[in-house]
Design a protein around this ligand. Structure first.
Ligand code: ADP
Ligand code: ASP
Ligand code: MG
Length: 416
């Protein structure tokens, strides 16, 4: 008998029928003798709908009130799923994040989990109940409701699995695993039998929204075996695990992309010590995260400085940069929201040269101009014009032969 934490995303609980389907699946697991904790998201579209309502009332709603509002989406689905389980004669109980003491910091809309008190859940499991917990939400030390950022239910599930020392954390969604790239953009994309935490973390942080970054971080840190599976069909899904000896080391595991970035450039500022700090200091003071940075030094002792931020932060960043430029005597400030980032990810890059140049050639062959480049040990990412997203991803998928499975790649069957 195992303890499994399962998480069902928005599409998987998007209608009464689908909630019934989740209840059916859960009852089957229970019949096999496993203990089950289920984390659910709000019904698909609900979080966006609630955000829309808030923005109709206030241009910049307070984070605290937004969290009170957004957390209601998950409260609906925990109650409905528990009812569906009870209707099938299966004892079940629903809890909000606060009720099971998912303690977070007070950073509304992007809170981090600090602690989970698992006693209540363990008691219910011992009583033979299925425990249904609201994803995406917690409570801070003052009792305020907090939320964990978009896609945060994944993190709730992994954190619960870690706190309860579960045998596996299963993320059920609308795709049957992690693919070489988003199958919505590249139909040739292939499901991976397995991927390392490190690669998955890089994929998630480069924009792959199949798992929230923090969920992968947590799973890696606490060694929680994590699996992505389909809610709608049976299959082994994708196991995310530590690298081990017999694991086939793919050169490139996948391609991630990010549509949420925007680029800003300040040109003709004096090339002297402190310039980067003077430019980026105010940006970071405003709590705006900077992703890529490029600096070019001109012949006339001035420098051009380009960086990217989240699109939601673009207007604010532009305002700050214009101010900085005035103070530093910059020539121009320009920006572009119509850019995207594409990244190649793979642990095999560590031991292979020439990946970046192959990537640049594949993009050049399609006439795609690269605006910025950034590399790490296991990724190469580029910024290009937004209109080249599909073309770029498909060209790279093809150039690196990602549609063909490596010979020894195998699915890893669940132990449970
Ligand atoms: P849920 O609501 O279940 O949390 P999400 O929409 O957050 O589901 O995540 C699943 C989606 O992630 C898929 O429908 C797919 O379009 C997208 N996705 C992006 N990159 C990948 C990838 N590499 N592999 C699989 N799915 C991906
Ligand atoms: N409902 C939240 C969202 O849409 C959390 C989640 O689905 O994971 O982002
Ligand atoms: Mg998600």
């Amino acid at each position: 008998m195992a303890l499994i934490v399962q998480k069902y995303g928005g599409t998987s609980v998007g209608s009464v029928e689908r909630i019934q389907n989740v209840a059916e699946k859960a009852v089957q697991f229970r019949k096999q003798g496993h203990d089950l904790v289920i984390v659910v998201s709000a019904m698909s579209g609900q979080t966006d709908r609630l955000l829309g309502l808030a923005r109709e009332i206030h241009e910049r709603p307070a984070g605290r009130e937004l969290d009170v509002l957004l957390s209601t989406g998950e409260q609906v689905t925990i109650a409905l799923l528990s009812m569906a389980l009870q209707q099938r004669g299966c004892p079940a109980v629903s809890y909000t994040g606060g009720q099971v003491h998912i303690l977070t910091d007070s950073a509304h809309n992007k809170a981090r989990i600090q602690d989970i008190e698992g006693a209540r859940v363990r008691r219910d499991l011992a009583d033979g109940k299925i425990v249904v917990v609201a994803g995406f939400q917690g409570v801070d030390e003052h009792g305020n409701i907090t939320t964990l950022g978009r896609g945060g239910s994944d993190t709730t599930a992994v954190a619960l699995a870690a706190a309860l020392n579960a045998d596996e954390c299963q993320i059920y969604t609308d795709v049957d695993g992690v693919y070489t790239t988003d199958p919505r953009v590249e139909p040739q994309a292939r499901r991976l039998g397995r991927i390392t935490f490190e690669e998955m973390l890089e994929m998630a942080s480069q924009g792959s929204k199949v798992l929230q970054i923090r969920a992968v971080e947590f799973a890696g840190k606490y060694g929680v075996p994590l699996r992505v599976l389909s809610s709608f069909e049976d299959g082994p899904g994708t196991l995310i695990s530590l690298e081990d000896e017999d694991m086939e080391k793919a050169l490139i595991s996948g391609i991630a992309f990010n549509r949420d970035e925007a680029q800003l450039t300040i040109a003709g500022v004096p090339d002297q010590p402190g310039v980067a700090y003077n430019i980026l200091g105010p940006i970071s003071d405003a709590n705006i995260e900077v992703d890529m940075i490029v600096q070019n030094v001109g012949a006339d002792d001035t420098t051009d400085f380009t960086f990217t931020v989240h699109r939601n932060d673009y207007d604010k960043a532009m305002e700050l940069l214009t101010d900085v430029s005035r103070k530093l005597g910059g020539r121009t400030v320009e920006g572009d929201k119509k850019i995207i980032k594409i990244a190649l990810v793979g642990v095999g890059m560590r031991s292979h040269a020439g990946i970046a140049s192959k990537m640049f050639k594949a993009l050049a062959d399609e006439g795609i101009n690269i605006r910025m480049i950034s590399t790490s040990e296991i990724k190469v990412s580029v910024v290009v014009e937004e209109k080249y997203l599909e073309l770029g991803v498909r060209a790279l998928h093809d150039a690196f032969g990602l549609a063909e499975a490596a010979e020894d790649e195998a699915d890893v069957k669940a132990k449970i």
